[in-house]
Unconditional design. Structure first.
Length: 400
């Protein structure tokens, strides 16, 4: 009997999402009765605002939403996304330059598919979101990590990017505010990077999904606003998940030059066709309706941000840069490594995360998921009481 043909080598090489893996493990322990507190998932704990839910309910009663609609998105939603892009990213685009996707992840995937050819190098500032290198690899590209540590507030410089650039460099990932660090590039830093990319003809994949979650008077200036000339070689990816507590609705989008959007639209027409129409109607309500609750969410995140940063800083050996965006703290925990805790010698942040889960029943994501070891990511998008209790368990663990 002939042996079965092998599975896809490309897909077999793709790693499982580390953040989802840790979150799944935490939820399994919780289901088994363990009092685990999880900082793993980047998911707001708030309910989606009722007016958005009501729009979805209304859409359920319209038979037009039971049918296929344009693969690239409902025209009225694409118009609303174009208006949001002008409002928040300072870029005027036609609705035809928008593709509505199944969450931000599909937008990220399609952006790389649109601009990366086999063997192309993509500069990937680290720490990075765990999906980026896998999405680059699926486009047959080569991720080139450019690391910036806590001493740089996790922000790369033009000099670092230039040192990593080769004649095969065709794209740059730019994320501000950042997942996993919460860092926000200043307008001057953003402009310098944008001008450098334009000078060298490098595509920019700019993930702006956290652009409305900023604090202390900070504004996340879009790279296409800082450098208007960059718009011809930039794809913006975004979505409603984080700002409006709509992670499960799976509604994202990509915005870019007409030629790049055309090839991405062709891909989507074969890959998934249109996004669920009910979710599209809900997203339309989110973008065009009152922003009161979204602002309340932001203020709650700000309160939690201050709390988690101040409490983590009380742990000797932990350094916590002040995150000005998103809803993550990304402490440098190298001061806890190379030591023995509860009878266990801990050398890496992966081992440290396992220790914290086993001994304190707190789930965090190790730095290895986002680049080099020596860091932890904690999402503060969970209830205030649980947030404080989890950090206090960690304080107790590392006081022993």
């Amino acid at each position: 009997m002939t042996e079965r043909a092998p599975l896809s080598r490309k897909l077999s090489a793709i790693a499982e999402s580390a953040t989802l893996k840790v979150d799944a493990k935490a939820k399994a322990l919780q289901a088994a009765g363990r009092p685990v507190i999880s900082y793993a998932a980047g998911e707001p704990d708030f309910a989606t605002p009722q007016f958005i839910v009501d729009a979805a309910i209304e859409a359920l009663h319209d038979p037009a939403n039971y049918r296929y609609t344009p693969a690239v998105g409902l025209p009225v939603l694409r118009e609303a996304i174009a208006a949001k892009t002008l409002r928040d990213s300072g870029l005027e685009v036609a609705p035809s330059q928008v593709v509505v996707t199944n969450g931000g992840k599909q937008a990220v995937y399609q952006a790389f598919q649109a601009v990366v050819n086999p063997g192309d190098e993509v500069l990937l500032p680290a720490p990075y979101w765990t999906t980026y290198p896998e999405a680059i690899a699926l486009a047959d590209g080569i991720p080139v990590e450019v690391f910036a540590g806590a001493d740089q507030d996790y922000k790369v410089t033009v000099e670092q990017l230039e040192a990593a650039r080769t004649d095969r460099t065709t794209a740059l990932v730019f994320v501000s505010p950042s997942n996993p660090t919460g860092s926000v590039y200043s307008p001057e830093e953003t402009k310098a990077i944008g001008e450098w990319a334009v000078e060298h003809g490098i595509w920019i994949i700019s993930d702006e999904i956290y652009q409305n979650l900023v604090y202390e008077g900070t504004r996340a200036v879009s790279i296409v606003e800082a450098v208007p000339d960059a718009a011809a070689q930039t794809i913006l990816v975004n979505g409603v998940a984080k700002t409006y507590a709509m992670t499960g609705w799976r509604l994202g989008w990509m915005v870019g030059p007409a030629d790049a959007i055309k090839v991405a639209a062709n891909l989507q027409s074969h890959l998934s066709s249109n996004v669920n129409n009910i979710a599209q109607r809900a997203a339309l309500a989110a973008l065009t309706g009152p922003q009161t609750e979204a602002e309340e969410f932001r203020l709650a995140f700000d309160r939690r941000r201050k709390l988690i940063v101040s409490e983590l800083a009380k742990i000797e050996g932990v350094t916590v840069p002040n995150p000005l965006g998103a809803f993550y703290a990304y402490p440098d925990v190298t001061g806890l490594l190379g030591r023995e805790w509860r009878g266990k010698r801990i050398e890496t942040s992966l081992e440290l995360a396992d220790l914290i889960l086993d001994e304190a029943e707190v789930a965090v994501v190790p730095g290895e998921a986002f680049g080099p070891s020596g860091y932890l990511r904690l999402s503060y998008a969970l209830g205030d009481e649980a947030l404080l209790e989890g950090v206090r368990r960690m304080q107790e663990l590392f006081a022993s």
